[in-house]
Design a protein around this ligand. Structure first.
Ligand SMILES: CCCCCCCC/C=C\CCCCCCCC(=O)N[C@@H](COP(=O)(O)O)[C@H](O)/C=C/CCCCCCCCCCCCC
Length: 213
């Protein structure tokens, strides 16, 4: 069996860069490719993060199922997905009904995680050489995703963060070159990630989809 491809920050950058169209639509193909790239990186951090990657993979798989399914033309962009799922009554708005998870609900979970990523990468980029990745990661998590997780997940996440390598070693395993090269590439990648986040936030707020159960 072929070994899984190594993580490439360049590919993640290209995916999030290619996500947004001139009409400010967010294309699901590149969006999910960006997530696949990030998950590859997570795998390289070891088994302690497997509870995180399992959940992220499950969510990406749900979306890939929709994007390759019978209604695939409705799942080209986040905008077309929201329009289709709302018009067809596919989204559980107040309580989960036992139906398959909607695309809107699933993307909302990834979208919240994207906010964590934005804060984490910005913390890494601007952090001092001797700053601790675990602290940057915990602070970013507490300022974003933690609000949506029960105690047991918050605890497990906080314990796992302690296993993260120091900042410069972390930057070096990004496969971009030196820590300085990685910082430069983060500076390039972040505006694209922020743009995808803001457009999605606006779209979900507009349709009152930010609290889906
Ligand atoms: C540019 C390269 C450097 C950074 C690379 C970071 C790689 C990160 C890859 C993936 C990020 C994690 C995505 C996690 C998605 C979590 C979605 C979620 O919130 N799920 C919960 C709610 O789902 P439902 O139950 O409502 O279906 C679910 O309960 C969560 C379960 C698992 C725990 C999630 C903990 C999240 C911690 C995020 C930090 C990851 C640590 C990365 C270390 C660098």
């Amino acid at each position: 069996m072929a070994a899984p491809a190594a993580f490439s920050l360049r590919e993640v950058l290209a995916a999030f860069q290619g996500c947004v169209t001139e009409r400010r639509e967010v294309l699901l193909g590149p969006y999910l490719r960006g997530w696949r790239g990030l998950i590859r990186f997570l795998h390289s951090l070891g088994a302690i993060f497997s509870f995180v990657s399992k959940d992220a993979v499950a969510k990406v798989q749900i979306m890939e199922g929709y994007c390759g399914g019978e209604q695939r033309e409705r799942y080209v962009s986040l905008q077309s997905m929201v329009e289709y799922e709302l018009a067809s009554g596919l989204v559980d708005l107040h309580k989960r009904s036992g139906r398959p998870d909607s695309g809107c609900r699933t993307v909302l979970r990834l979208h919240r995680a994207l906010r964590w990523l934005q804060l984490f990468l910005e913390g890494l980029r601007t952090g001092r050489e001797d700053s601790r990745t675990s602290v940057i990661c915990t602070d970013s998590y507490n300022a974003s995703l933690a609000a949506y997780h029960p105690w047991v997940i918050r605890k497990a996440a906080t314990v796992a963060f302690c296993a993260l390598p120091p900042r410069n070693a972390f930057l070096e395993i990004m496969n971009v070159g030196t820590a300085e090269d990685a910082v430069a590439m983060l500076g390039e990648a972040l505006p694209y990630i922020c743009n995808v986040y803001s457009i999605t936030q606006e779209l979900f707020a507009h349709h009152k989809l930010l609290d889906l159960p």
